[in-house]
Write a protein that binds this ligand. Structure first.
Ligand SMILES: [Zn+2]
Length: 390
């Protein structure tokens, strides 16, 4: 890129490039979409490692010069530049929420930059979450927008209207700007419906398609629906796309189980309040032991004050052990949340302590980026099938 600043343009030329961006779910949705676009046996390039800035995109594309389809995960801040450089066919926009505030922009600023980029990309199809006002504002200037009723658990970053700075009112039917500037939830082409334990995608044209995934959580069902709508734009019908996605069991080690001595730990990654909120809801149905691990290294963001935005109150009554480089910050937060817990600096020891009281020695572990990756590398894989294939 230093020698040839147009390298990403050159490597993208002649390919159908789909981009996936947003604060939460990028890596998983990128993988889901890549599998869907490969359902007709086409080869698909993907930046599998989550290296989501232009050097990562160049590395992925240069390693495979043959495939004419590419799916790239893109950092939110770099999205405008990458949309232009790749002449993206399709862009999937998941959500915008606070994340690593010591190094990134305030999210409303990012939405504004997205909006300007799509106004200048007249051929790009945007698949956007209709339930996130910031995403709706960001996508709103695109020539072709396919709105998806994907839902949004975490609404606290979208209470201010990105168009007029009025207040956004959320209710059971959607959202709108109270100042009546006109910004309102758009009508989706497809929506997620979860009823009696069954999840379906409901299309405005009357189709109703079951969404069965090997990945857990409502947020992954949302990601799959977004990917299915994007796949249809590139000629893969939604039934075929969702069928292909159903075979994925784990993405980049998330939700995989690792063995630590006698203990088995299901490893989950959450990097910001929106992600934590989703995972705490997911594990909320269990009563087993939970290990919570927090670091504040460069890749995590140096400022752990976001811990105060996470609804840790949901862990009250559980066996909880706080660990990681910033286990003491976490311990103070858990104290104020009314969650009884132990503190152990070393993550492996923390898992062993939690497992002692857990049925079958099984614990759930939620960590932020480097905390999760360290455990993924230090634990022993239990079965090959759990790993999934890239
Ligand atoms: Zn407004």
């Amino acid at each position: 890129l230093k020698v040839d600043p147009m390298l990403l343009e050159h490597l993208s030329a002649g390919r159908h490039v789909a981009l996936v961006s947003g604060t939460n779910g990028k890596t998983t949705t990128t993988r889901l979409l890549a599998v869907a676009l490969g359902a007709d046996r086409a080869r698909v390039v993907i930046n599998e490692t989550g290296s989501n800035m232009p050097p990562g995109h160049v590395a992925a594309l240069v390693a495979d010069r043959v495939s004419d389809r590419a799916v790239l995960e893109v950092d939110e801040i770099y999205l405008p530049r990458v949309v232009t450089a790749t002449s993206a066919t399709t862009v999937v926009l998941l959500n915008l929420s606070r994340d690593q505030l010591d190094r990134t922009n305030e999210v409303r600023m990012i939405a504004g930059k997205w909006r300007a980029a799509f106004a200048a990309a007249p051929h790009t199809h945007v698949v956007a979450n209709a339930d996130d006002p910031l995403v709706v504002w960001g996508a709103g200037a695109a020539a072709y927008v396919h709105w998806v009723g994907a839902g949004m658990n975490w609404q606290f970053d979208a209470v201010g209207c990105p168009a007029c700075a009025g207040r956004i009112r959320f209710d059971s039917t959607g959202w709108s700007c109270e100042a009546r500037c006109g910004l309102v939830r758009p009508t989706p082409v497809a929506s997620l419906l979860v009823e009696a334990g069954e999840c379906r995608g409901i299309w405005a044209d009357g189709r109703s398609i079951q969404i069965n995934l090997g990945l857990p959580g409502r947020f992954n069902q949302s990601n799959a629906l977004m990917a299915a709508v994007a796949a249809e734009i590139q000629g893969i019908d939604a039934v075929t796309a969702l069928e292909a996605m159903s075979k994925i069991r784990t993405v980049a080690g998330r939700f995989t189980t690792r063995q630590f001595g006698e203990a088995s730990a299901r490893l989950m990654l959450a990097k910001n309040p929106a992600g934590w909120s989703e995972l705490l809801t997911l594990v909320g149905a269990d009563r087993g032991a939970v290990v919570v691990s927090i670091n504040a290294r460069v890749a995590d963001g140096a400022d752990p004050s976001w811990l105060w935005d996470v609804p840790f109150e949901q862990l009250a009554g559980r066996r909880v052990v706080a660990t990681g480089d910033r286990c003491r910050d976490l311990s103070v937060r858990l104290q104020y949340a009314g969650v009884e817990h132990g503190v152990e600096h070393d993550p492996t020891t923390a898992i062993l302590i939690a497992a002692k009281s857990a049925e079958g020695g099984a614990v759930d572990v939620i960590g932020n980026y480097t905390a999760f990756n360290d455990l993924l590398l230090s634990g022993t894989a239990m079965t090959d099938i759990d790993e999934g294939s890239p």
